[in-house]
Design a binder for this molecule. Sequence first.
Ligand SMILES: *Cc1c(COP(=O)(O)O)cnc(C)c1O
Length: 361
Amino acid sequence: MSLYPRAVIDLDAVQHNLACVRRLAPQSKVMSVIKADAYGHGAKAIAQALADTDAFAVARLSEGIALRDLGFQQAIVLLEGVHSLAEMQLAVQYQLAPVVHQSAHIDWLEECPSLPFIWLMLETGMHRLGLPEAVIRESVEQLKKQPAHVGKLGLMSHFANSDLLGDSRNQSQLSVMTKLAAETGLPVCMANSAAVVSLPESYADWVRPGLMLYGISPFADKTGHDLGLKPAMQLTSILIAIQMLKAGDEVGYGGEWTATQSCRMGVISIGYGDGFSRHLSNTGQVMIRGKMLPVIGRVSMDTICVLLDNCPDAQTGDEVLLWGTSQLTVESQALRADTIPYELTTVLAGRVDREYQHGKS
Ligand SMILES: *Cc1c(COP(=O)(O)O)cnc(C)c1O
């Protein structure tokens, strides 16, 4: 039995993309971001494929513990940090490196001498998580007096606009970091995927890409292919029914699409219950037998409908591509859904079968 819908994930592509990161930033260590189940690709398989990364980064303590429980020995950074002293002690127990972004976290550090590393999150302009320059400066002084933490401190910050090429706010964020890095002499980690591609001056000691490892472009007007990356995920399903419609027939909930003439319509086994965005109603595209076909009507929980006019040969049982080739990219699908490709892969449900392969079959 073939399972559908199916996300086929090419682990060689992921390794190719890590090699691209290393080629771009040869002097920097790479912290591979595999939060949110590796952006929906499956953290276990992706972490195995990225085994020679210098560190992994996840958002939450629970994600870090899960990786340790799977046996991963690499450095693991918690981008969201921990939210109580008890959690900080769990970070010690599992040897996870927290990002510190609240003054209270600094106080807990005194009671947690055996953390593997501590990343101090500097506020440079994102205004999400981070401590102001003055607080970090003071904390570094304080922490340097605690022998347990000496040599285990780094500075981190996050770009708010690195997907906008030439945006001056990137330079101003960088200059806040550069100044404090010079003062403290601590290692720096700043570049996300967009910065790895477009801001070499931000590479520093560590880079911290996520999206590009999966072969996806962080820039709205470019695809992974354009950047020399290989998309890791191909999402497919099957055509489960074909119907003949006549002029005036309405398709799906709310009847938001009406046939203006007789036509063939196909039903595909994928819906928002699989994480296929409902925002692709009446605007998504799919591919059958190499032909691009429009989604018509609303996306349902388990199915979508497409107009088959452009593919007269289509038969039930045909494989349907939802995204993952150069003709039909996840980036283009995200634009149609008025969202970003990050969201489309990350929200794929557990009901979608993940299949791993090395190279395209
Ligand atoms: C998710 C995340 C990243 C990775 O960003 P990409 O755009 O996927 O490369 C890096 N740093 C932080 C703090 C993040 O939350």
